[in-house]
Design a binder for this molecule. Structure first.
Ligand code: PLP
Length: 286
């Protein structure tokens, strides 16, 4: 696989970063996860915008333009002759001194890697995921805002570890006030009496797949609302689902041992999944 690193495309084993890179030392950097379908990058400009907004929020100047980043992402796909792929651009603070002061990092490190990708959850798109709520709380917006897609994913990883121990395919995070936040790498929705609801993006990442899903709801005349939700809403929903670039759209059919609805993926999920697949197969930048 060829990887872009600081201006060059090199074989992956030659793509190295300094151990003094603050991305490695402190998680000081930002990243994106992007899908390509049929050789076309899905929602490219939205991902580049979020990457640059995340960088802005941590006062990191990428040193290249959004258009240049978009071209790097497409070129990484082309150079590796990938059609269905997952693409990972990263901008880290770059090499500095051992101390955390970013002023000692002269240039950011810019990386873009890609690999072939299929359906993340395999057969579970048919049966639904088993999820568990975790004790770890989503980091509050007045600490590390969840809308910064930073290289510091420990909060998410701690939840994932907990879910692994509890036998869940995915972790569901609440925030510190007990409100529903999101999954470890996806946004969450519930459907009750035909209405889809999802939390506002104060305690979760403003997912690009989330906006695709809400657009699909509007097109299919599925009513939706953005509102605060809690455990009771989750347990008593007719359907629950998650969306993310990697996860795409997947139903959750069991949460904390409780069956959701009839315990099988429901009709609204099936409609949304079909429409999402049509959207991913028919749009994107080459
Ligand atoms: N929430 C978190 C914590 C994520 O890491 C992701 C993945 O990027 C999402 C939600 C879903 O966002 P998107 O649909 O843009 O991939």
């Amino acid at each position: 696989m060829l990887v872009y690193i600081n201006g060059k495309y090199v074989p992956e084993d030659q793509a190295t970063v300094s151990i003094f890179d603050h991305g490695f030392l402190y998680g000081d950097g930002v990243f994106e996860g992007i899908r390509a379908y049929n050789g076309r990058v899905f929602r490219l400009s939205e991902h580049v915008d979020r990457l640059f907004d995340s960088a802005k929020a941590i006062d990191l100047n990428p040193g290249i333009t959004r258009a240049e980043m978009a071209e790097i992402i497409k070129e990484t796909l082309r150079k590796n002759d990938l059609k269905d792929a997952y693409i990972r651009p990263i901008i880290s603070r770059g090499k500095g001194t051992m101390g955390l002061d970013p002023r000692h990092c002269e240039n950011p490190t810019i990386i873009c890697a890609a690999s072939a990708w299929g359906a993340m959850y395999g057969d579970l798109y048919e049966t639904g995921l088993t999820a568990v709520t975790v004790c770890v709380r989503r980091n509050p917006p007045d600490t590390l805002p969840p809308n910064i897609k930073s290289l510091n994913y420990l909060n998410n990883i701690l939840g994932k570890i907990e879910a692994n121990y509890k036998g869940g395919d995915e972790a569901i995070f609440l925030d510190r006030t007990g409100k529903l936040a999101e999954g470890s790498g996806d946004n969450i929705y519930l459907i009750k009496n035909g209405v889809l609801s999802t939390p506002p993006t104060i305690n979760n990442l403003k997912g690009i797949t989330r906006s695709v899903l809400l657009d699909i709801c509007a097109k299919l005349a599925i009513p939706f609302e953005i509102c605060e939700l809690g455990l009771f809403d989750l347990y008593t929903a007719d359907e629950v689902l998650v969306t993310g670039t990697a996860a795409e759209i997947c139903a959750i059919t069991k949460i904390d041992g409780r069956m959701i609805g009839n315990g099988v993926p429901g009709p609204v999920y099936k409609k949304l999944l079909a429409a999402f697949q049509t959207e991913t197969q028919n749009s994107g930048d080459a």
